[in-house]
Design a protein around this ligand. Structure first.
Ligand SMILES: Nc1ncnc2c1ncn2[C@@H]1O[C@H](COP(=O)(O)OP(=O)(O)O)[C@@H](O)[C@H]1O
Ligand SMILES: [Mg+2]
Length: 246
């Protein structure tokens, strides 16, 4: 068997690290500290997909669709046709307000979660999505009653995304101060890929953002920890060549 078909993330430098992109139908965790750009990463993955004619759905649990769109527009001023892609539903930002309030009420969480999965499926069928972003697993964990429920429901979510043949990015917050512990997060084993985003320095102007592909089933990949920037034209992973020039 040769290499699996690749889904281009469209993120500058990352597709090179992945020898073309994410292997199709991989369920990939993007883990990083607050403000490292996880949500923007997810947005760009869908935006670039939409530009290639591959529809996508974003499931935001932390923010309203309006907040997601406003933040993406303000960070990525070079993404000119966000409104158009949303209008023609190639890029769908799903509103999870009802689901979140039901989950938060803590009654029938399993039933509510099943409804979330079926709503995702409806949204996916409606625009023929090939890509999904779930933002975030951390918020799902916060809403659910216990660790056990979180683990079984997130596994169920991943199983359903696989069944729908989607290539997915699921974000999660990690404590960047504890890089070594992250490898042992028990739920990470059932994902096909893990990409981590670190922020070091004082968190202000001097902070340094770096990214690493820890695991990616279905392809070989760079194991380097590479610096990246959030630019108006999207995330920019600085390649070895570029760093050489700098
Ligand atoms: N114009 C901008 N508007 C908002 N965030 C920006 C902008 N330009 C750069 N950023 C960066 O994006 C980060 C937020 O990205 P986001 O994807 O929301 O982070 P996360 O989801 O990891 O918490 C900010 O911390 C900031 O560094
Ligand atoms: Mg976020």
């Amino acid at each position: 068997m040769g290499m699996r078909r690749k889904v281009k993330t469209g993120i500058d430098g990352l597709d090179d690290m992945l020898l073309g992109g994410l292997p199709e139908m991989n369920q990939v965790v993007v883990a990083g500290g607050p403000g490292t750009g996880k949500t923007l990463f997810g947005f760009e993955f869908l935006y670039k997909g939409a530009k290639l004619g591959e529809p996508g759905v974003l499931i935001p649990l932390e923010e309203t669709p309006e907040m997601i769109i406003d933040n993406a527009k303000s960070a990525f001023t070079g993404f000119s046709d966000i409104d158009k892609l949303i209008k023609d539903n190639t890029l769908c930002i799903y509103d999870t307000l009802d689901i979140r309030s039901y989950l938060n009420s803590r009654e029938d969480q399993k039933e509510t979660f099943a409804r979330l999965v079926s709503e995702i499926e409806e949204a996916v069928q409606e625009n023929g999505a090939k890509r999904v972003v779930f933002d975030s697993l951390s918020l799902l964990k916060l809403l659910l009653k216990g660790e056990q429920d979180y683990r079984s429901m997130s596994m169920d979510l991943v199983g359903n995304l696989r069944r729908m043949k989607l290539t997915s990015v699921l974000t999660t917050e990690i404590d960047v101060a504890e890089k070594s512990r992250m490898y042992f997060l028990p739920e990470f084993f059932f994902y096909d890929g893990i990409i981590t985003m670190y922020s070091s320095g004082d968190g202000g102007a001097n902070r340094a953002l770096t990214m690493e592909v820890i695991k990616m089933r279905g392809t070989s990949h760079s194991r380097a920890t590479v610096p990246y920037e959030i630019t108006t034209k999207g995330m920019d992973i600085l390649s070895l060549a570029q760093r050489g020039k700098g």
